[in-house]
Design a protein around this ligand. Structure first.
Ligand code: TYD
Ligand code: MG
Length: 450
């Protein structure tokens, strides 16, 4: 009889399966991402009898008991801490600080909860991890280390003690003995992740898996990795800054809009509590083209400084350069200023920048951007101690923003005395002077020529 075994190929980007090896994936269009697929061996748990449908209202709705790591910013992003049996995937570029963060978290749980924690390192040797642990003062007698790339060995050592949780560093470095292929291939990554998930569920303890990301920001390996786990966190940093941002991309046990900020120091990652200071240099000197707003990152208000520079153009078409605000949005707001406030922008090159590398996606920064543009074009500074909160429409109207009271409270805390807001805004907070304006020309009447 002829050999009927067909070789299958899987795309490492999207998980698409095919029987012909082509250069380009027919599903997602990526080049050179198809690799041979090996069927994973079925583990006994896969063949257990299928569960029956249940009535939702009859189910237990106890909120999960959480294991706080004691690292405030991490716990907040997780929604209060790790969940027993839940698996978190922490993604980030190499060198960003993933191993450092989780070694700190593991050490913190081991020390303060007086419970054994296992750190599995497939990338670094015993001495490298031990050196790092002593550098960041996290070594303790409850912190255990398994170093090596054999997943079976690592999971076996989980039986040695009643571990409170474990970290797997990283999913790309480990290999399951009964699965073929090099560590980091799709088949291996999937098998490793599945075994860790099964193990965490069986033992009812939380697990955190580290995953490297590729240049374009995706977790290396199959996309389905993100579908398999309960929570996906992304750890990132801008250029040469020592600040690191932690966000939840997916969270089955909490919301995904919290932002955690850390500073990488000699002693590891230090949580940054006052985030508004990050993007604002608190310089009071009045300079034209500078306007302040309070942006929201999840539920965290952040003071953001928008800076604009207007330079007489030498070209037939004036240029527009933007960093931190989407270019189309910047062009639209410039057109609104030109048309609705009669401030001509055509003979100026314009540059806009949000200080500190912050990216403003929220339309509530429109009014501040408009104020900065108008101030730069008129070469007139805005009144200091004022922040601008509003979305600007094409008709020049100013619309209310979300969670105004939270933003105003932060503005008052930071020492702003005035906030320019939409006349339709409903405000409860009374700790700051409000200037209510219906449209952009009303908001900018102070700096416009009469
Ligand atoms: P690491 O946690 O190894 O990154 P990842 O696991 O994401 O690849 O951290 C790497 C960088 O962090 C390394 O270049 C040195 C720096 N670092 C500090 O600045 N301070 C410290 O205390 C530690 C442990 C690392
Ligand atoms: Mg690492």
């Amino acid at each position: 009889m002829a050999n009927t075994k067909i070789t299958k190929y899987i795309c490492t980007e999207c998980g698409h399966m095919t029987t012909t090896k082509t250069g380009k994936c027919a599903s997602c269009g990526s080049w050179g991402t198809l690799e041979e697929y090996h069927e994973p061996e079925k583990s006994p748990t896969h063949s257990s009898p299928a569960p029956r449908a249940k009535i939702i209202s009859a189910l237990d709705v106890q909120p999960p008991e959480r294991l706080a790591t004691g690292i405030s910013e991490l716990d907040r992003v997780l929604g209060g801490g790790l969940v027993p049996g839940g698996v978190v995937l922490l993604g980030g570029q190499p060198g960003i600080g993933k191993s450092t963060l989780l070694l700190q978290a593991a050490g913190s749980v081991a020390k303060y909860r007086n419970a054994p924690v296992l750190y599995i390192s497939g990338e670094e040797s015993d001495s490298q991890v031990a050196l790092r642990a002593s550098r960041i003062h996290t070594a303790s007698e409850n912190l255990y280390l398994y170093s090596g790339s054999s997943l079976d060995g690592a999971l076996r050592s989980l039986d040695d003690k009643n571990f409170a949780f474990f970290v797997l560093d990283s999913v790309q470095a480990m290999s399951a003995d009964d699965s073929s292929g090099w560590p980091g291939t799709v088949t291996q990554v999937r098998e490793v992740a599945q075994r860790v998930i099964d193990c965490a569920r069986d033992k009812k303890i939380p697990a955190v898996i580290i995953g490297h990301i590729t240049k374009d920001g995706k977790i290396a390996g199959p996309m389905m990795l993100e579908h398999m786990v309960d929570t996906v966190l992304s750890f990132s940093g801008e250029g040469y800054s020592s600040y690191r941002m932690l966000r939840a991309v997916k969270n089955r046990y909490g919301n995904t809009d919290e932002l955690g900020v850390f500073e990488m120091s000699e002693d590891g990652l230090v949580p940054v509590a006052d985030k508004s200071g990050l993007y604002w240099n608190r310089d009071d000197s009045a300079v034209s083209g500078v306007a302040m707003t309070i942006a929201l990152e999840g539920s965290t208000p952040l003071a953001a400084e928008i800076q604009t520079l207007a330079v007489r153009t030498r070209f037939p078409y004036p240029s527009r350069t933007s960093r931190g605000i989407e270019l189309n949005r910047f062009q639209l707001l410039t057109a609104v200023i030109d048309r609705r406030c009669n401030i001509p922008a055509n003979n100026h090159d314009l540059y806009i920048n949000v200080a500190g590398g912050l990216r403003l996606q929220d339309p509530s920064a429109d009014l501040a951007a408009c104020a900065a543009i108008a101030s730069a074009l008129m070469n007139t500074p805005l009144q200091s101690g004022t922040c601008w909160l509003g979305e600007v429409g094409l008709a020049g109207e100013i619309r209310p923003v979300t969670r105004i009271d939270l933003r105003l409270k932060e503005a008052a805390r930071l020492g702003f005395h005035t906030a320019v807001v939409s006349s339709r805004e409903q405000v409860k907070f009374g700790g700051i002077k409000l200037v209510r304006v219906p449209n952009i020309s009303g908001a900018l009447s102070g700096i416009m020529k009469h």
